[in-house]
Ligand binder design. Structure first.
Ligand code: CUA
Length: 320
């Protein structure tokens, strides 16, 4: 009973935008079916074993003539049945993984995701769009995702859409993301990769094809010219500071590839791989000293006056 109560108490944590139980994608559906199937089979076996145990203990002590029957139980229930059950479940598991490969071949869109300590670079080779920590996909389309890593092993996991796949240095892995319904699905790095592994989140935005196309075209453009004087000053400071050595802002001299591409940073929902809201207060905190927010992240503190931070943030806010 205590176990059941404990399980029920934890159940609400499985709902919301980050749940392998509320599936909205083909890959997650298949994994959920397999999981529930295994739980059903395991339940039947557990009930069977407990029943046999209770019935056996209530019986009188077996006589000599029962030895043959005992052996049949041991061989049937201890060898034959587990062999059959485990073979069938392994077969279903392999079939589930194969199904993922087949849908990859029917794919219409290919994107590239690269894992970094502790964020995700997202590229659309179809038109050169680049973003970070935000994967947009058209609803209903099987999207083939190429997975790479720049440093250590990460794992891309969007529980509502598909199972986990590792991003391994020196190798390209693939996975398929297909969303049935428009919406935002939270994803998370699922392989311990360092101090800020837990803050390596992202969001998958599934949207109607026309909206997706508009977004992809916008993300492929070069950066907007800053309109007001403070933002212009911000751009001047940013390009003169070490910021430009790590970040790219397309259309400017900032061409670093260590940190996220900032060309359209203001269009994103969150910053610092899901850690902070994308607003002036959070950007200020982040630019002032990222280590205070994400200790161990690779963005070093830079010596800037409060006024310089304000100008840089004003510029970043205009990068729509
Ligand atoms: Cu990347 Cu954990």
């Amino acid at each position: 009973m205590a176990l059941l109560v404990a399980l029920a108490a934890g159940a609400p944590g499985c709902s919301g935008g980050h749940s392998a139980l509320r599936t909205e994608g083909t890959g997650a559906d298949r994994a959920a079916w397999l999981g529930w199937g295994m739980i059903a089979v395991a339940s039947v076996i557990t009930v069977g074993v407990l029943t046999a145990f209770v019935v056996g203990s209530l019986r009188d002590r077996p006589g000599v003539e029962d030895e043959r029957r005992e052996r049949r139980w041991v061989i049937g229930g201890g060898i034959v049945m587990p062999a059959v059950v485990l073979s069938v479940l392994s077969g279903l598991t392999v079939a589930t993984l194969r199904a993922q490969d087949t849908s990859a071949r029917r794919t219409r869109l290919r994107i590239e995701v690269t894992g970094y300590q502790y964020w995700w670079a997202v590229r659309y080779p179809s038109n050169g769009a680049v973003t970070a920590n935000e994967i947009h996909v058209p609803v209903g389309t099987a999207v083939d995702v190429d997975l790479r890593s720049r440093d250590v092993i990460h794992s891309l996991w969007v529980p509502s859409l598909a199972g986990k796949t590792d991003l391994i240095p020196g190798q390209v892995n693939h996975m398929v993301l297909q969303a049935r319904r428009a919406g935002r699905y939270r994803g998370q790095c699922a392989e311990f990769c360092g101090a800020q592994h837990a803050n390596m989140a992202f969001v998958v935005v599934a949207e109607p094809p026309a909206t997706f196309d508009r977004w992809r075209r916008a993300q492929a453009r070069t950066a907007a010219e800053p309109r007001n004087a403070q933002a212009q000053e911000g751009r001047r400071i940013l390009l003169a500071q070490p910021c430009a050595a790590c970040h790219t802002i397309r259309g400017t001299s900032a061409r670093g590839t260590v940190g996220p591409d900032l060309t359209h940073v203001a269009s994103r929902q969150r910053i610092a791989a899901g850690t902070l809201a994308n607003d002036t207060a959070s950007l200020t905190r982040w630019v002032r000293n990222a280590q205070e927010v994400k200790p161990g992240a690779l963005m070093p503190p830079i010596d800037l006056t409060p006024g310089e931070v304000r100008s840089i943030v004003a510029y970043l806010r205009e990068l729509r």
